[in-house]
Design a protein around this ligand. Structure first.
Ligand code: ADP
Ligand code: MG
Length: 309
Protein backbone atom coordinates (compact mmCIF):
# COMPACT_ATOMS: atom_id res chain seq x y z
CA UNK A 1 0.00 0.00 0.00
CA UNK A 2 1.19 3.49 -0.75
CA UNK A 3 2.46 5.47 2.23
CA UNK A 4 0.96 8.86 2.91
CA UNK A 5 3.78 9.88 5.20
CA UNK A 6 7.32 8.63 5.56
CA UNK A 7 9.80 9.80 8.19
CA UNK A 8 13.27 8.56 7.40
CA UNK A 9 16.25 8.18 9.73
CA UNK A 10 15.27 11.02 12.03
CA UNK A 11 17.79 12.23 14.59
CA UNK A 12 17.05 14.97 17.09
CA UNK A 13 19.40 16.15 19.79
CA UNK A 14 18.89 18.64 22.59
CA UNK A 15 22.42 19.53 23.70
CA UNK A 16 24.09 16.26 24.62
CA UNK A 17 20.80 14.44 24.84
CA UNK A 18 19.55 12.44 21.87
CA UNK A 19 15.75 12.55 21.85
CA UNK A 20 15.37 10.63 18.58
CA UNK A 21 18.00 8.18 17.49
CA UNK A 22 17.56 7.16 13.86
CA UNK A 23 13.80 6.72 13.96
CA UNK A 24 11.87 5.92 10.78
CA UNK A 25 8.16 5.36 10.33
CA UNK A 26 5.97 4.64 7.29
CA UNK A 27 2.30 5.48 7.51
CA UNK A 28 0.10 3.79 4.92
CA UNK A 29 -2.76 5.80 3.49
CA UNK A 30 -6.11 5.54 5.27
CA UNK A 31 -4.72 3.71 8.24
CA UNK A 32 -4.47 4.41 11.95
CA UNK A 33 -0.89 4.47 13.14
CA UNK A 34 -0.13 4.39 16.87
CA UNK A 35 3.14 5.80 18.12
CA UNK A 36 3.47 4.03 21.44
CA UNK A 37 5.94 4.33 24.28
CA UNK A 38 6.39 5.52 27.85
CA UNK A 39 6.72 9.15 28.88
CA UNK A 40 9.93 10.70 27.61
CA UNK A 41 10.35 8.19 24.78
CA UNK A 42 10.47 10.87 22.06
CA UNK A 43 6.93 10.66 20.66
CA UNK A 44 6.04 14.35 20.94
CA UNK A 45 9.41 15.32 19.49
CA UNK A 46 8.72 13.20 16.40
CA UNK A 47 5.21 14.60 16.00
CA UNK A 48 6.56 18.14 16.27
CA UNK A 49 9.09 17.38 13.55
CA UNK A 50 6.37 16.02 11.28
CA UNK A 51 4.40 19.21 11.93
CA UNK A 52 7.46 21.31 11.07
CA UNK A 53 7.49 22.94 14.50
CA UNK A 54 11.01 21.70 15.10
CA UNK A 55 13.60 20.65 12.56
CA UNK A 56 15.33 17.30 12.78
CA UNK A 57 19.15 17.32 13.01
CA UNK A 58 19.20 14.58 10.40
CA UNK A 59 16.65 12.73 8.38
CA UNK A 60 13.78 13.58 6.08
CA UNK A 61 10.01 13.59 6.08
CA UNK A 62 7.97 12.91 2.94
CA UNK A 63 4.28 13.53 2.37
CA UNK A 64 2.89 11.63 -0.60
CA UNK A 65 6.41 10.93 -1.75
CA UNK A 66 7.54 14.56 -1.77
CA UNK A 67 9.75 16.25 0.84
CA UNK A 68 7.56 17.96 3.40
CA UNK A 69 6.94 21.62 2.55
CA UNK A 70 5.61 24.44 4.76
CA UNK A 71 2.44 24.58 2.61
CA UNK A 72 1.69 20.98 3.54
CA UNK A 73 0.47 22.20 6.91
CA UNK A 74 -2.86 22.84 5.18
CA UNK A 75 -3.22 19.09 4.70
CA UNK A 76 -2.42 18.24 8.30
CA UNK A 77 -4.63 18.54 11.36
CA UNK A 78 -2.61 18.59 14.59
CA UNK A 79 -3.81 18.26 18.14
CA UNK A 80 -0.76 19.19 20.20
CA UNK A 81 0.01 17.79 23.62
CA UNK A 82 -0.35 21.17 25.29
CA UNK A 83 -3.88 22.16 24.46
CA UNK A 84 -3.80 25.86 23.85
CA UNK A 85 -7.01 27.80 23.51
CA UNK A 86 -7.54 31.44 24.42
CA UNK A 87 -9.01 31.22 27.90
CA UNK A 88 -11.17 34.32 27.80
CA UNK A 89 -12.65 33.81 24.35
CA UNK A 90 -15.99 32.16 23.89
CA UNK A 91 -16.01 28.63 22.54
CA UNK A 92 -17.99 29.29 19.36
CA UNK A 93 -16.21 32.53 18.58
CA UNK A 94 -12.82 30.89 18.97
CA UNK A 95 -13.77 27.80 16.96
CA UNK A 96 -15.00 30.03 14.13
CA UNK A 97 -11.84 32.11 14.25
CA UNK A 98 -9.55 29.07 14.09
CA UNK A 99 -11.63 27.51 11.33
CA UNK A 100 -11.27 30.69 9.26
CA UNK A 101 -7.48 30.53 9.79
CA UNK A 102 -7.58 27.09 8.24
CA UNK A 103 -9.13 28.53 5.11
CA UNK A 104 -12.80 27.76 5.61
CA UNK A 105 -15.35 30.39 4.63
CA UNK A 106 -17.52 31.69 7.43
CA UNK A 107 -20.58 29.81 6.17
CA UNK A 108 -18.65 26.58 5.74
CA UNK A 109 -17.07 26.91 9.17
CA UNK A 110 -20.46 27.54 10.80
CA UNK A 111 -22.05 24.60 9.07
CA UNK A 112 -19.28 22.18 9.99
CA UNK A 113 -19.08 23.43 13.56
CA UNK A 114 -22.83 23.00 13.97
CA UNK A 115 -22.50 19.46 12.69
CA UNK A 116 -19.65 18.58 15.05
CA UNK A 117 -21.09 20.31 18.10
CA UNK A 118 -24.32 18.40 17.61
CA UNK A 119 -22.48 15.18 16.98
CA UNK A 120 -20.45 15.48 20.18
CA UNK A 121 -23.45 16.85 22.09
CA UNK A 122 -21.76 20.09 23.03
CA UNK A 123 -24.15 22.55 21.36
CA UNK A 124 -24.78 24.16 24.74
CA UNK A 125 -21.16 25.24 25.04
CA UNK A 126 -21.14 27.71 22.15
CA UNK A 127 -21.34 30.81 24.35
CA UNK A 128 -19.29 29.51 27.26
CA UNK A 129 -15.81 30.87 27.80
CA UNK A 130 -12.94 28.38 27.44
CA UNK A 131 -11.97 29.03 31.06
CA UNK A 132 -15.39 27.74 32.15
CA UNK A 133 -14.69 24.37 30.55
CA UNK A 134 -13.05 21.43 32.26
CA UNK A 135 -9.88 20.01 30.75
CA UNK A 136 -11.80 17.24 29.02
CA UNK A 137 -14.41 19.68 27.69
CA UNK A 138 -11.76 21.98 26.23
CA UNK A 139 -10.09 18.98 24.67
CA UNK A 140 -13.33 18.03 22.93
CA UNK A 141 -13.52 21.52 21.43
CA UNK A 142 -9.91 21.31 20.32
CA UNK A 143 -10.51 17.92 18.75
CA UNK A 144 -13.29 19.43 16.65
CA UNK A 145 -11.05 22.29 15.56
CA UNK A 146 -8.31 19.83 14.59
CA UNK A 147 -10.52 17.81 12.23
CA UNK A 148 -12.75 20.59 10.92
CA UNK A 149 -10.90 21.36 7.68
CA UNK A 150 -10.86 17.63 6.77
CA UNK A 151 -7.11 17.28 6.32
CA UNK A 152 -5.81 14.07 4.79
CA UNK A 153 -3.42 13.55 7.69
CA UNK A 154 -4.56 13.87 11.29
CA UNK A 155 -2.01 13.91 14.09
CA UNK A 156 -3.18 13.60 17.67
CA UNK A 157 -0.66 13.81 20.50
CA UNK A 158 -2.04 11.85 23.47
CA UNK A 159 -5.65 12.36 22.36
CA UNK A 160 -7.15 10.37 25.23
CA UNK A 161 -5.13 11.73 28.12
CA UNK A 162 -7.54 14.38 29.42
CA UNK A 163 -10.69 12.27 29.01
CA UNK A 164 -12.83 10.13 31.24
CA UNK A 165 -13.49 6.60 29.89
CA UNK A 166 -16.82 7.54 28.30
CA UNK A 167 -15.39 10.47 26.37
CA UNK A 168 -12.21 8.54 25.53
CA UNK A 169 -14.41 5.94 23.90
CA UNK A 170 -16.37 8.56 22.06
CA UNK A 171 -13.16 10.03 20.64
CA UNK A 172 -11.96 6.53 19.70
CA UNK A 173 -15.16 6.00 17.72
CA UNK A 174 -14.74 9.37 16.02
CA UNK A 175 -11.18 8.49 15.04
CA UNK A 176 -12.39 5.21 13.51
CA UNK A 177 -15.10 7.10 11.65
CA UNK A 178 -12.57 9.64 10.32
CA UNK A 179 -10.54 6.75 8.94
CA UNK A 180 -13.67 5.34 7.27
CA UNK A 181 -14.10 8.72 5.62
CA UNK A 182 -10.59 8.51 4.17
CA UNK A 183 -8.33 10.26 6.65
CA UNK A 184 -4.95 8.88 7.69
CA UNK A 185 -4.35 9.10 11.40
CA UNK A 186 -1.15 9.22 13.42
CA UNK A 187 -1.48 9.43 17.18
CA UNK A 188 0.75 9.01 20.18
CA UNK A 189 -0.02 7.46 23.53
CA UNK A 190 1.79 6.23 26.60
CA UNK A 191 -1.20 4.02 27.50
CA UNK A 192 -0.42 1.01 25.37
CA UNK A 193 -3.04 -1.31 26.70
CA UNK A 194 -6.08 0.80 25.97
CA UNK A 195 -5.64 1.66 22.32
CA UNK A 196 -4.20 -1.28 20.49
CA UNK A 197 -7.56 -2.28 19.02
CA UNK A 198 -7.65 1.10 17.33
CA UNK A 199 -4.34 0.76 15.50
CA UNK A 200 -3.69 -0.89 12.16
CA UNK A 201 0.02 -0.15 12.52
CA UNK A 202 2.20 0.71 15.48
CA UNK A 203 5.72 1.79 16.28
CA UNK A 204 7.10 1.19 19.75
CA UNK A 205 9.44 3.93 20.88
CA UNK A 206 11.59 3.55 23.96
CA UNK A 207 14.33 5.91 25.14
CA UNK A 208 14.65 7.66 21.77
CA UNK A 209 14.86 4.42 19.77
CA UNK A 210 12.30 2.59 17.74
CA UNK A 211 12.19 -0.95 19.06
CA UNK A 212 9.59 -2.37 16.76
CA UNK A 213 7.07 -1.38 14.13
CA UNK A 214 4.67 -2.85 11.63
CA UNK A 215 1.17 -4.11 11.15
CA UNK A 216 -0.40 -4.98 14.49
CA UNK A 217 -1.80 -8.31 13.29
CA UNK A 218 1.60 -9.35 11.89
CA UNK A 219 3.46 -8.33 15.04
CA UNK A 220 1.04 -10.29 17.17
CA UNK A 221 1.44 -13.36 14.97
CA UNK A 222 5.16 -13.12 15.35
CA UNK A 223 5.00 -12.85 19.14
CA UNK A 224 2.32 -15.40 19.91
CA UNK A 225 3.53 -18.66 21.40
CA UNK A 226 0.92 -21.24 20.32
CA UNK A 227 -0.60 -21.17 23.79
CA UNK A 228 -4.26 -21.69 24.61
CA UNK A 229 -6.45 -20.93 27.58
CA UNK A 230 -8.65 -23.86 28.39
CA UNK A 231 -11.42 -24.53 30.87
CA UNK A 232 -12.16 -28.25 31.24
CA UNK A 233 -14.80 -30.30 32.95
CA UNK A 234 -13.38 -33.75 33.68
CA UNK A 235 -14.46 -36.59 35.92
CA UNK A 236 -11.01 -36.73 37.48
CA UNK A 237 -9.11 -33.48 37.22
CA UNK A 238 -5.89 -34.89 38.71
CA UNK A 239 -5.73 -37.66 36.14
CA UNK A 240 -6.45 -35.28 33.29
CA UNK A 241 -3.80 -32.88 34.48
CA UNK A 242 -1.24 -35.67 34.61
CA UNK A 243 -2.12 -36.84 31.10
CA UNK A 244 -1.87 -33.32 29.78
CA UNK A 245 1.46 -32.75 31.49
CA UNK A 246 2.97 -35.70 29.69
CA UNK A 247 2.02 -34.32 26.34
CA UNK A 248 2.03 -30.48 26.59
CA UNK A 249 3.54 -27.64 28.58
CA UNK A 250 1.04 -26.46 31.18
CA UNK A 251 0.88 -23.07 32.85
CA UNK A 252 -1.37 -21.39 35.38
CA UNK A 253 -4.64 -19.90 34.15
CA UNK A 254 -4.64 -16.14 33.80
CA UNK A 255 -8.30 -15.89 32.89
CA UNK A 256 -11.62 -16.11 34.68
CA UNK A 257 -14.66 -18.07 33.69
CA UNK A 258 -18.02 -18.73 35.28
CA UNK A 259 -17.38 -22.47 35.46
CA UNK A 260 -15.88 -24.31 38.41
CA UNK A 261 -13.61 -26.34 36.19
CA UNK A 262 -9.95 -27.04 35.57
CA UNK A 263 -8.43 -23.89 34.14
CA UNK A 264 -5.02 -23.95 32.51
CA UNK A 265 -2.90 -22.46 29.81
CA UNK A 266 -1.53 -25.10 27.49
CA UNK A 267 1.39 -24.51 25.19
CA UNK A 268 1.83 -26.56 22.06
CA UNK A 269 5.02 -27.02 20.10
CA UNK A 270 5.73 -24.16 17.73
CA UNK A 271 3.97 -25.37 14.62
CA UNK A 272 1.69 -27.92 16.14
CA UNK A 273 -1.92 -27.32 15.11
CA UNK A 274 -4.43 -26.53 17.85
CA UNK A 275 -6.57 -29.39 16.55
CA UNK A 276 -4.06 -31.80 18.14
CA UNK A 277 -4.93 -30.37 21.51
CA UNK A 278 -8.66 -30.34 20.83
CA UNK A 279 -8.49 -33.96 19.66
CA UNK A 280 -6.64 -34.91 22.80
CA UNK A 281 -9.18 -33.17 25.01
CA UNK A 282 -12.35 -34.37 23.31
CA UNK A 283 -12.32 -37.88 24.70
CA UNK A 284 -11.20 -36.76 28.16
CA UNK A 285 -13.21 -33.72 29.16
CA UNK A 286 -15.91 -31.27 28.27
CA UNK A 287 -14.32 -28.14 26.83
CA UNK A 288 -15.96 -25.07 28.33
CA UNK A 289 -13.38 -22.54 27.26
CA UNK A 290 -10.80 -22.61 24.49
CA UNK A 291 -9.09 -19.41 23.40
CA UNK A 292 -5.70 -18.72 21.89
CA UNK A 293 -3.51 -16.43 23.97
CA UNK A 294 -2.74 -13.39 21.83
CA UNK A 295 -0.06 -11.17 23.36
CA UNK A 296 -1.09 -7.59 24.02
CA UNK A 297 1.00 -4.75 22.64
CA UNK A 298 1.96 -4.08 26.23
CA UNK A 299 3.23 -7.68 26.64
CA UNK A 300 5.19 -7.30 23.40
CA UNK A 301 6.61 -3.99 24.51
CA UNK A 302 7.80 -5.41 27.83
CA UNK A 303 9.32 -8.42 26.09
CA UNK A 304 11.13 -6.22 23.56
CA UNK A 305 12.44 -3.83 26.21
CA UNK A 306 13.77 -6.73 28.29
CA UNK A 307 15.46 -8.29 25.28
CA UNK A 308 16.93 -4.91 24.42
CA UNK A 309 18.42 -4.41 27.88
P1 ADP B 1 7.22 11.75 24.89
O1 ADP B 1 6.29 12.57 24.08
O2 ADP B 1 7.46 10.39 24.31
O3 ADP B 1 6.80 11.65 26.32
P2 ADP B 1 9.12 13.86 24.31
O4 ADP B 1 9.31 13.76 22.85
O5 ADP B 1 8.24 14.95 24.81
O6 ADP B 1 8.65 12.44 24.89
O7 ADP B 1 10.51 14.03 25.00
C1 ADP B 1 11.58 13.13 24.77
C2 ADP B 1 12.80 13.59 25.54
O8 ADP B 1 13.32 14.77 24.96
C3 ADP B 1 12.52 13.90 26.99
O9 ADP B 1 13.58 13.44 27.77
C4 ADP B 1 12.44 15.42 27.01
O10 ADP B 1 12.84 15.91 28.26
C5 ADP B 1 13.41 15.80 25.93
N1 ADP B 1 13.02 17.08 25.29
C6 ADP B 1 11.92 17.29 24.55
N2 ADP B 1 11.88 18.56 24.09
C7 ADP B 1 12.99 19.17 24.56
C8 ADP B 1 13.53 20.50 24.45
N3 ADP B 1 12.93 21.44 23.74
N4 ADP B 1 14.70 20.74 25.05
C9 ADP B 1 15.35 19.77 25.77
N5 ADP B 1 14.88 18.53 25.93
C10 ADP B 1 13.74 18.21 25.34
MG1 MG C 1 4.50 13.44 24.60
Amino acid sequence: MENLLVAENIYKRFGNFTALNNVSIDIPRESIFGLLGPNGAGKTTLLRIINQITMPDEGRVYLEGKPLHPDDIAHIGYLPEERGLYKSMKVGEQALYLARLKGLSKAEAKERLNYWFKRLEIEGWWDKKIQELSKGMAQKVQFVITVLHRPKLLIFDEPFSGFDPVNANLIKDEILQLKEEGATILFSTHRMESVEELCDYIALIHKSNKLLDGKVSEIKKEYKSNTFEVGLDARDEAVLRRELEERFVLGPAKFKSINEDLKLTIKLKDNEPSNDLIQFLLSRARINHFVEVIPSVNDIFIKTVTQDA
